[in-house]
Write a protein that binds this ligand. Structure first.
Ligand code: NAP
Length: 296
């Protein structure tokens, strides 16, 4: 039976470390890490993500600006808010909760954020720095960074490991494939997608299998090499609990069957999801150190 990788416990440990670092920054430089969180409209999922981010930042002792804008805010007004945070020396991280309403061009908004305050790691400059690697890297996108952190903290070796990633999105699969191939991480990466042939065979070869396709329970037990580490990024709503009215979630991995074969596995929920917010806080902390002239 696979060992379960506990994302909640890992998040708690990372947040404890970040809280201690924030206190050290305050003592040494007399400033708090500053995060501006911009929410446009009242999409329930976005409201709940943002409130968790705000609550977490405050609990770490960050300077947190919660900037809620109406759903009909103009693109020009939103860009002006971002420009103000770009110039504000008390702000080290700017987060715009996506998706944005259709009248706002998401790409223009992401491009407007100062790359040195882009703690989501979505700005093309930061993706370019990621491709260059080494000292050039400033902020890695939070979900792939959380996956890497899970591998390290669970004691899963990456050097020389065969990794197969299912899914090539710009926020998960593609940046993760680059990060796993960096010097120092040293994995051999296969990236598969909806047009790939022989997906099962690519998966069976993997020492580490990452499923980020958004397809409920697609990874079956016979896709997994015995003893492999399986990271399930998928969050799929597969029904509604009639008693609580809450969504029933499933990952991209057929958890119960795969857990019989794998060496380590992440659950959904409680696996990769909690790591994403921890990495956002870590990126903001890193930005605050860099703005204070220190390399963390
Ligand atoms: P996305 O943009 O929809 O991309 C999905 C990728 O998977 C695409 O590259 C697609 O291939 C590939 N794919 C889809 N079905 C496939 C199949 N049957 N076989 C092989 N490849 C397939 O999704 P995303 O934003 O990366 O998210 C993926 C999943 O992760 C979703 O369930 C999402 O909710 C979850 N997620 C979780 C977190 C977290 O923090 N836990 C964060 C982000 C996303 P093509 O490119 O060929 O279309």
């Amino acid at each position: 039976m696979a060992e379960r990788i506990d994302g909640m416990a890992m998040r708690a440990a990372i947040l404890d470390e970040t809280r201690a670092e924030a206190a050290r920054l305050l003592e040494k430089h007399g400033r708090k890490p500053g995060l501006a969180t911009i929410l446009v409209g009242d999409n329930p999922a976005s409201v709940s993500y943002v409130s968790l981010k705000v609550k977490t930042a405050l609990a770490l002792g960050f300077h947190e600006i919660q900037d809620n804008q109406p759903a009909d805010v103009s693109e020009a007004a939103l860009l002006a808010r971002i420009e103000a945070y770009n110039r504000d020396p008390a702000v080290h991280g700017i987060l715009v909760q996506l998706p944005l309403p259709p009248h706002i061009n998401e790409s223009r908004v992401i491009h407007a954020i100062d790359p040195d305050k882009d703690v989501d790691g979505f700005h093309p400059v930061n993706l370019g720095r990621l491709v260059i690697g080494g000292e050039a890297v400033r902020f890695s996108p939070c979900t792939p960074a959380g996956i890497l952190e899970m591998l390290v903290r669970s004691g899963t070796p990456t050097c020389g490991a065969e990794v197969t990633i299912i899914g090539r999105s710009a926020i998960v699969g593609r940046p993760l494939s680059i990060m796993l191939g960096q010097k120092g991480v040293d994995a051999t990466v296969t990236l598969v997608h909806s047009r790939s042939a022989n997906i099962r065979e690519h998966c069976r070869r993997a020492d580490i299998l990452v499923a980020a396709a958004g397809s409920p329970r697609m990874v079956k037990a016979d896709w997994v090499r015995p003893g492999a580490t399986v990271i399930d990024v998928g969050v799929n709503r597969v029904g509604v609990n009639p008693t609580t009215g809450k969504a029933i979630l499933a990952g991209d991995v057929d958890f119960d069957a795969v857990a019989e074969v794998a060496g380590r596995i992440t659950p959904v929920p409680g696996g990769v999801g909690p790591m994403t917010i921890a990495m956002l806080m870590k990126n903001t902390m890193r930005s605050a150190w860099l703005h204070a002239g220190e390399r963390p």
